[in-house]
Design a protein around this ligand. Structure first.
Ligand SMILES: Nc1ncnc2c1ncn2[C@@H]1O[C@H](COP(=O)(O)OP(=O)(O)OP(=O)(O)O)[C@@H](O)[C@H]1O
Length: 342
């Protein structure tokens, strides 16, 4: 049974249609990530599930129950926001225990102790239980904020960029921990982010949103390898997929293609005597383990990655080979091409 379903939801704020005809089912124990640019409607989707907004149209179903008309407290959800929102005067223990002591979830103190202890261990903050919330680092505060949601064991966790205020190292660490905890506890999570690495590494399925619509929903691999459109293709991949007119690929493109999408793995760089389209290197950025190579192919700019061992410098002429690029028609929809046998 799907734990959370949105059925044909729309929500308008004045002239802005924040969410449009959105249907989404999240299975029990599934980790779904909503990815999309600012203003795409991601936060509004979470707020509609939490009951912080009422849809103009459509219904919200949690654990098989239509909760569309219910207030937030009656829905079985926990929300983790981008900012920690802890009670500064309380200890870590009391912050974690707080949701279990609310009138809506009155719980026996010995059970509270066990739950708090368990969650503190999961998040590696058991040494900090006696500290005041203000005596914590940013990363520890955000762990407590996540922990406050985890003590409750609701039907679904709604997380709105919970790691975005942290530095890169902590974000990478907590990303792994969150995924581990989700696997261990079998929790259902709907998670909003701008960060494609978070989406790729944590999600069972990614939903790509744009202008209030869910435009593709699939596994990270599906979204990356089989994007339905050039727009979806450009949401995942570092550097961003190169979109060039199909004719730039010199007869290689199918006739109906208007645009070719070249990811770094679709571009191979050879010395100039190798057959293939000629390009010129105009910038090489050294990133340590990789080089970002900026190329000019006729009037088009391409960015790709290269092994630092491959000697390339600005001004070099090179020959390119394009291997199984993606192709898009004039509406930007991907053209499904036959893959070469491996
Ligand atoms: N309470 C509100 N009143 C008016 N407009 C709103 C309100 N909440 C959201 N919007 C508008 O709805 C659209 C979707 O906003 P939403 O916050 O859901 O986007 P988002 O994808 O979460 O963006 P971000 O990544 O910046 O958080 C935006 O145009 C936003 O300005």
């Amino acid at each position: 049974m799907a734990d959370v379903s949105l059925v044909d939801i729309s929500k308008r704020f004045g002239a802005v249609e924040a969410v449009r005809n959105l249907s989404l089912s999240i299975a029990d124990g599934e980790f779904v990530v909503l990815l999309g640019p600012t203003g795409a409607g991601k936060t509004t989707t979470l707020r509609l599930i939490a009951g912080l907004e009422r849809p103009d149209r459509g219904i919200v179903v949690i654990r098989g129950r239509d909760v569309t008309r219910e207030v937030p407290a009656d829905r079985d959800v926990a929300f983790v926001f981008q900012q920690y929102s802890l009670y500064p005067h309380l200890t870590v223990y009391d912050n974690l225990a707080f949701p279990l002591r609310s009138p809506a979830h009155r719980t026996d103190e010995s059970l509270i102790r066990r739950r708090v202890q368990h969650v503190a261990e999961l998040l590696h903050i058991e040494q900090k239980l006696g500290n005041r919330a203000t005596a914590l680092s940013g990363g520890e505060m955000q762990r407590v904020a996540i922990g406050r949601a985890l003590v409750r064991e609701p039907a679904v966790y709604l997380m709105d960029e919970p790691l975005s205020s942290l530095d890169a190292k902590l974000r990478a660490e907590l990303r792994l921990e969150l995924k581990r905890i989700q696997r261990e506890l079998g929790t259902t999570i709907l998670y909003v982010t701008h960060d494609q690495i978070e989406a790729m590494t944590m999600a069972d399925r990614i939903g790509v949103m744009n202008e209030g619509e869910l435009i593709q929903l699939g596994t990270p691999r599906d979204i990356y390898e089989r994007p339905e459109s050039a727009y979806v293709a450009s949401r995942l991949g570092m550097p961003t997929i190169n979109l060039v007119p199909a004719e730039a690929l010199a007869g290689q493109s199918p006739p109906e293609a208007r645009t070719a999408g070249l990811r770094t793995e679709h571009i191979r760089i050879f010395p100039p005597y190798h057959p293939g389209p000629r390009a010129r290197v105009y910038l090489v950025e050294h990133l340590g383990d990789q080089n970002h190579v900026h190329l000019r192919l006729d009037a088009h700019s391409l960015v790709t990655l290269a092994d630092p061992a491959q000697e390339l410098k600005a001004g070099d002429e090179v020959s390119l080979e394009f291997r199984e690029p993606l192709y898009f028609d004039q509406r930007g929809n991907r053209i499904v091409t036959q893959r070469r046998p491996a």
